[in-house]
Design a protein around this ligand. Structure first.
Ligand code: PLP
Length: 389
């Protein structure tokens, strides 16, 4: 297979060379435990602290508000469960129908434990109605958990406004911002979120490390209870290499700033325009105005997304399907379903997602490969043959 064109960066990203360089010493000679009394281990506590400051800078927050976790899913679980446990008398949560399973599956689980959950609907571009949010908040609502940007479509939610609404009503606001770093501002002086989740492997740090930001004064009961690490808010020996890598990755995001975001959006737009010009009967999913720079979710009507992915993969092009294929059954994406994407389009939905390491030449190769793939699959599709003309 020729060289891989990796356009699945919302799923995971390559570790940045600068990050790899920063973390290697912790897998070689610096293997100590930061909680040790001896200098060999104990000095690593400074390196963890430096990384904490680098992450705090991304959020414009205090170092003490940063808790390292193992991934975005843990951060989301810790945020939601941590607030629920702090307010045992309150039993109602507000979220949306388009959250990542790290939030959605937990909410469904909590419903079985006696919590009530309001799942806010979205419109056909994946947008929320803020009046519906206001109406959904009840006297015993304990938490609003709403993502910053959707991982499938890239639709960006107005999290500053959402935070203000939650604050006015005295309800904690958790924001799953896993897809935001490098693409959206995470300045928490402007976004009144009480808890925010991010994940290392989405911003060119390794897998196995995440962050939960907890605003000072937020009531929170630790989810993982053990040692005194992370000021008692998350037990477990620190993943020093991962933490150092995540700190460096946050520093790179800040250094590269908006220039990088524009670069990524340029690639995304080039692909999108090319697809719209070259291929009939396609539609772009997500908010046309407020969308992640990285994300292009496109429906090729009348064919199966999985077939497109396999054909692309044969040519070394990695993308992802809007449908999650679990245990052999093809379930259409809950996000696209919530948006009311028609049956004939939902199954043919593909997500291309970009990073700083993609190039225009790669986009052009995809634009060359894609039209014959779509034409071939459509030539075999009874839905295409019988489509209304
Ligand atoms: N939240 C969102 C929006 C995501 O996109 C993801 C991962 O795709 C997660 C949470 C889970 O993060 P992790 O893979 O680090 O557990």
């Amino acid at each position: 297979m020729s060289e891989v064109i990796y356009l699945d960066n919302n799923a995971t990203t390559a570790v940045a060379p600068e990050v790899l360089e920063a973390i290697l010493p912790y897998y070689r000679e610096q293997y100590g435990n930061p909680s040790s009394m001896h200098t060999f281990g104990g000095r690593l506590a400074h390196d963890v602290q430096r990384a904490r400051a680098q992450v705090a800078a991304l959020f414009q927050a205090q170092d003490t508000e940063i808790v390292f976790t193992s991934c975005g899913t843990e951060s989301d679980n810790a945020a939601i469960r941590g607030v629920l446990e702090a307010y045992p008398d309150k039993r109602h949560i507000v979220t949306t129908r388009v959250e990542h399973p790290a939030v959605l599956s937990l909410c469904r689980h909590l419903e079985k434990r006696g919590y009530r959950v309001a799942y806010l609907a979205v419109d056909n571009q994946g947008r929320l109605d803020l009046d519906a949010l206001r109406q959904a908040i009840q006297p015993d609502t304990v938490l609003v958990s709403i993502m910053y940007a959707n991982n499938e479509t890239g639709t960006v939610f107005p999290v500053a406004k959402i935070g203000e609404i939650a604050k006015e009503r005295g309800v904690a606001f958790h924001c799953d911002a896993v897809q935001a770093p490098g693409k959206l501002s995470l300045d928490l002086r402007r976004i009144p979120a009480d808890l925010v989740s991010i994940s290392g492997h989405k911003l060119h740090a390794p897998k196995g490390v995440g962050v939960l930001y907890i605003r000072r004064g937020t009531r929170f009961v630790p989810f993982i209870i053990g040692g005194h690490q992370e000021r008692g808010r998350r037990g477990g020996t620190e993943n020093v290499a991962g933490i150092v890598g995540l700190g460096r990755a946050c520093e790179l995001v800040l250094q590269k700033g908006e220039k990088e975001t524009h670069y990524i959006a340029g690639l995304r737009d080039r692909l999108e325009q090319g697809i719209l010009e070259k291929i009939p009967e396609v539609s772009i999913n997500g908010d046309s105005e407020h969308r992640l720079a990285s994300t292009c979710n496109v429906s090729f009507s009348y064919i199966e997304g999985e077939a497109i992915l396999l054909k692309l993969s044969e040519q070394g092009i990695c993308a992802s399907s809007g449908s999650a294929c679990t245990s052999g059954s093809l379930e259409p994406s809950h996000v696209l379903r919530a948006m009311g994407v028609p049956f004939i389009s939902i199954h043919g939905s593909i997500r291309f997602s970009f990073s700083r390491y993609n190039t225009q030449a790669e986009v052009d190769r995809v634009l060359k490969a894609l039209p014959p793939i779509i034409a071939e699959l459509r030539s075999m599709s009874p839905f295409w043959a019988n489509r209304p003309k």
